[in-house]
Design a protein around this ligand. Structure first.
Ligand code: PMP
Ligand code: GLN
Length: 380
């Protein structure tokens, strides 16, 4: 190429690769994380109504005010504290744009950003494009527990940001209250910004509670929380999310946001604002997805795959080391092409592509699809 790449080592995202392969081979697609069922008709009607009643021009730069108010109320209801809708909440084009803008607003050349691996794939490129330096901490399969002592040792005078993700994609683990307290303690009296990716906040199982960064006052004071309506309301294609942070941090965020997208899809925002007036729309999600997880796991309990039930997200990781020693990318591809079932190999999210023989399966699917997928897994 005539031009020097700014991201020479970045390849096409695994989600595009595996969904493409699934389509090509007409495989059941449990790879990329999206539901194969419709979102609530009521929400679709509310968005249509918003379009028909004139919400078709630019929304305010930080987002539709009613939606920001609804989000603020949600924080009050769930976590007993809130963000100011005027100054502390911004609606974004999915969590991806929020993550990119948080990183772009704060990361300068040579700044270090601590990232736990396996990590969602947009974190590292967003750091690199800003000249920052990702500092990885590999979590170990099958528990993916954070060793906070290890993290403490990785902090240097150049550490500018720590990215955490709970519930965690791809492992399906969650951070406990003790974890969050440790994170708060270690970053106390520092200028480190915490980017807390909480897109799966409403999918936490077995009566555990989501430990949002906003529940810990000192942590909240230096954290951005990012969230995704696509994940919460089964419409990933609408690409709408949001970001919350204390006023002075949000001011910096908006300097980037206003020139990155300015504002996002207005009728969708208005529809979401109306829909969120009923808290049951998000409060029932954990139960709904726990049933999906339980169905999927009960169907494959006698298979040769090993697993620990996912604690949150709509992903389940399965260890196939009892089946083959094949590399996980090759195995995932073979499973798609030969057996008709697509998944995501975890090594792509790991440091140095560490291969623990683990695949990720998305269970946000109809029961019928989960049964078909389980039939395939049981025969392997
Ligand atoms: N973070 C994590 C952990 C994710 O799994 C995803 C995928 N939904 C995102 C961020 C991006 O979300 P969105 O589709 O809203 O951009
Ligand atoms: N978040 C989704 C996943 O983890 C994928 C999003 C995307 O395709 N970029 O599967």
């Amino acid at each position: 190429m005539k031009h020097l790449s700014k991201l020479p080592n970045i390849e096409t995202t695994i989600f595009t690769v595996m969904s493409g392969l699934a389509n090509k081979h007409q495989a059941i697609n449990l790879s990329q994380g999206f539901p194969n069922f419709k979102s609530d008709q009521k929400l679709i009607d509310l968005v249509s109504k918003a379009m028909n009643s004139g919400f078709n021009q630019y929304a305010l730069m930080p987002g539709n005010m009613e939606l920001r108010e609804a989000i603020s109320k949600k924080f009050d209801l769930l976590y007993g504290n809130s963000y100011h809708p005027e100054t502390e909440i911004t609606i974004t084009a999915g969590a991806t744009q929020a993550i990119y803008d948080v990183i772009t607003a704060f990361i300068r050349a040579e700044d270090e950003v601590i990232i736990f691996k396996p990590a969602y794939d947009c974190y590292e490129p967003s750091v690199l494009i800003n000249g920052g330096k990702p500092v990885s901490i590999q979590l170990e399969s099958p528990n993916y527990q954070v060793n906070w002592e290890e993290m403490k040792q990785k902090i240097t005078s150049k550490t500018k940001m720590i990215i955490v993700n709970t519930p965690h994609n791809p492992s399906g683990t969650i951070l406990s209250k003790t974890d969050m307290l440790q994170l708060q303690e270690i970053t106390k009296n520092t200028n480190i910004i915490v980017l807390s990716d909480e897109v799966y906040e409403h999918m936490v199982f077995d009566d555990e509670k989501h430990q949002s960064a906003c529940l810990f006052p000192d942590l909240k004071s230096r954290s951005f929380i990012v969230a995704s309506f696509g994940k919460t309301f089964h419409n990933t294609g609408w690409k709408t999310g949001y970001c919350c942070a204390p006023k002075e941090l949000m001011e910096e965020f908006r300097k980037i946001h206003q020139f990155n997208v300015f504002s996002v899809n207005h009728p969708v925002q208005k529809g979401l604002a109306d829909y969120m007036q009923d808290p049951n729309t998000y409060l029932e999600l954990s139960g709904f997805f726990q049933e999906k997880r339980d169905l999927f796991l009960s169907l494959i309990k006698d298979s040769k795959f090993k697993f620990k039930p996912s604690q949150g997200t709509y992903f389940q990781v399965l260890d196939y080391s009892g089946i083959t020693q094949e590399n996980d990318v090759d195995f995932a591809k073979r499973l798609t092409i030969e057996n008709g079932l697509a998944s995501i190999p975890l090594s792509v999210f790991n440091e140095n592509k560490l291969d623990n023989k683990v695949l990720r399966f998305c269970f946000a699917k109809t029961d019928e699809t989960l049964k078909k997928a389980a039939d395939i897994l049981n025969k392997i």
